[in-house]
Design a protein around this ligand. Structure first.
Ligand SMILES: CC(C)(COP(=O)(O)OP(=O)(O)OC[C@H]1O[C@@H](n2cnc3c(N)ncnc32)[C@H](O)[C@@H]1OP(=O)(O)O)[C@@H](O)C(=O)NCCC(=O)NCCS
Length: 181
């Protein structure tokens, strides 16, 4: 039975959202630059908060699911740093699987997003054997572009996502696995 519930990196634990994470996850989604782009743009903060308890319930019910959300935790202190996700972009199809990483404002610029993203790319390509992973970003979201570049994603054109015009980046298994062997 595969164990996709928890990944460990040099400085981080990625684990499934659990009861007790509500406040931290809701607070993270309330940060202005998290809600500024794409899926969360213009969504009522109360609605964003409402989706957290069901997400925790689902994560607890299916901890070993291939996809979903992981909380990013500081291995040394157990502190909450953010969350990341690997999820099919379109319901009912896993042809296009998307990476997302969201850090609390005080947890940025220390390489945590790159470290968490690296763990999820290993999961995507080594365990799930996906042919490619997608990353999307609004044009002015420079930090996301830099993160995708550090993870070796390359720009593959444009996409309309959640009513927004976004850049579409992809990383292929061939582009990732040789760097990690
Ligand atoms: C996107 C996001 C996660 C990127 O966070 P980040 O802190 O810039 O990325 P990392 O944690 O990988 O940190 C890398 C930066 O820390 C620096 N750094 C400092 N110490 C470091 C260390 N020990 N190891 C690695 N990098 C380090 C790097 O040089 C890099 O700086 P740069 O971007 O100026 O080149 C963050 O901006 C965010 O949460 N944005 C809002 C949410 C969002 O829009 N997410 C995108 C959904 S896909």
């Amino acid at each position: 039975m595969p164990n996709y519930a928890r990944f460990e990196t040099r400085r981080l634990i990625l684990r499934r959202p659990a009861p007790g994470d509500e406040t931290a996850l809701i607070g993270l989604d309330a940060q202005s630059d998290v809600t500024a782009y794409l899926a969360m743009r213009g969504v009522d903060p109360a609605r964003l908060a409402e989706r957290i308890p069901p997400r925790i319930e689902l994560s607890q019910k299916e901890p070993d699911a291939e996809y979903g959300w992981w909380v990013i935790e500081d291995k040394a202190s157990g502190g909450f740093l953010g969350r990341c996700l690997l999820a099919p972009m379109w319901p009912g199809s896993s042809d296009e699987v998307e990476l997302g990483v969201y850090l609390g404002a005080g947890s940025r610029h220390q390489g945590y997003a790159t470290e968490a993203g690296t763990a999820l790319m290993d999961h995507a390509f080594k365990s799930l054997k996906l042919p490619h992973v997608v990353g999307c970003t609004a044009r002015d979201a420079q930090a996301v572009r830099r993160l995708l570049a550090r993870l070796h994603f390359t720009k593959q054109g444009r996409i309309t996502l959640y009513g927004d015009d976004a850049d579409r980046y992809t990383l292929t298994a061939e582009g990732w696995l040789p760097r990690r062997s």
